[in-house]
Design a binder for this molecule. Structure first.
Ligand code: NAD
Length: 367
């Protein structure tokens, strides 16, 4: 049977799904619905049937999976309409703005017996797959601190993202991906506290910078930061473990590496004298003895194994695993990779982020 996709909202992302993921065997994009006639013309040019009304779109029997790729504030109503028409649904992120709305979507999907999922594509970003691999292969021991940062330089947020009423702002735009990555890497760990700060630096209507600190199981400290105007970007990832550490400079993993030490040698006492170093008088910060530090390169992710579907001139990559999972779900009843309960957990976490930022307080949570 495979996927015969219909897209609601043929804008930037709707367009990209059709352009990129139609290359996968078993995925066919057949139709689109949009309220903007220009977008419908583009859908026709791309070879899709373009519908001017939602009812006509949903009556198209060829469609067995609907992608909702509109601005965030209308995801809920469109996803419900599609599920009530008997379609499986993948909603772009964030699936909904509130957890109450997503709980409603879960109920409707159960009632209608259809699949409900969210396009959490950044679970398959090269940098994130590298993070997972280093941690899962035990290359730095047990991680105790993670810094995940995304820093842009343009300042701008695009279109409706500049307005709260449409579900704009960086938390719902990038936070949703970055939190999903952390929650997916440690599904068995509970988030026990959150402290969030937000600011509007260049986009007055919404937060365009956020800094979120979360504690997981009281032994893993995670900082997630994203902003649109951060002209000296941090490394994309820095992770400290009890047997080593690593950094990944950027999404393409062009730089970074793993550092471990011969701990016995590295921690050897220097006696009772305080050493004078570039860091001033200190023993803690003094340089390591020769031969105590080992540096290795980042492991390479086997992109062919991950199912690369697009490789553009600028080095961009996208992986097909998510769509391949949906084919398997529809054809063979396989388990969903992006499950409603995990989508809901992430939305609840974002609610805690907004609450903490508004109150200016750390919150004790159990998520
Ligand atoms: P966009 O503004 O480029 O496109 C949105 C489209 O939806 C427009 O064509 C608009 O006319 C249409 N639309 C608006 N209201 C509608 C309605 N009620 N019914 C039908 N069509 C309607 O926005 P975008 O950048 O494509 O973002 C769309 C969604 O994709 C958002 O949820 C966004 O967060 C998500 N997104 C995800 C990623 C990712 O990597 N997963 C990247 C970018 C955007």
């Amino acid at each position: 049977m495979s996927l015969r996709m219909g897209i609601i909202g043929f804008g930037g992302m709707g367009n990209l799904h059709n352009r990129v993921y139609s290359a996968i065997d078993g995925v066919e994009f057949v139709a689109a619905y949009d309220i903007d006639p220009k977008r419908l013309d583009q859908a026709k040019e791309a070879g899709l049937t373009a519908y001017e009304t939602l009812d006509a779109f949903l009556a198209d029997d060829r469609i067995n999976f609907v992608l909702v790729a509109t601005p965030n504030h209308v995801h809920k109503e469109l996803a419900i309409a599609a599920m009530r028409a008997g379609k499986n649904v993948m909603v772009e992120k964030p699936a909904t703005i509130t957890s109450a709305d997503f709980e409603e979507l879960i109920e409707v999907s159960k009632e209608c017996g259809v699949v409900l999922t969210c396009h959490h594509n950044r679970r398959f970003d090269r940098d994130y797959l590298t993070v997972r691999k280093i941690i899962e292969d035990g290359l730095i021991g047990k991680p105790f601190a993670i810094m995940s940062s995304v820093h842009a330089k343009r300042g701008e947020m695009h279109g409706w993202r500049c307005e709260k009423q449409y579900g704009g702002g960086m938390v719902l735009d990038w936070g949703v991906h970055l939190f999903d990555q952390i929650l997916t890497a440690f599904p068995e760990k509970k988030i026990t506290s959150v402290f969030a700060q937000t600011a509007s630096i260049k986009n007055p209507g919404v937060e365009d910078f956020f800094k979120v600190q979360m504690t997981m199981d009281n032994d893993l400290f995670v900082e997630v930061e994203a902003g649109t105007y951060c002209l000296k970007p941090h490394d994309r990832w820095v992770v400290f473990g009890d047997q080593g550490a690593f950094n990944i400079k950027d999404f393409a993993c062009t730089d970074g590496g793993i550092t471990t030490t011969d701990y016995e040698l590295a921690s050897q006492s220097q006696g009772d004298i305080v050493v004078l170093t570039p860091a001033g008088p200190t023993r803690t910060m003094s340089p390591l003895p020769a031969g105590a530090e080992y540096n290795t390169e980042l492991p390479l992710i086997d992109v062919s194994e991950e199912g690369l579907v697009a490789y553009e001139d600028n080095g961009a990559v996208l992986y097909s695993r998510l769509y391949k999972n949906l084919i398997d779900v529809v054809d063979n009843g396989a388990e969903l990779l992006v499950k409603p309960k995990d989508i809901l957990r992430n939305i609840k976490f974002m609610e805690a982020v907004f609450e903490s930022a508004e109150k200016g307080q750390s919150l004790t949570i159990n998520l």
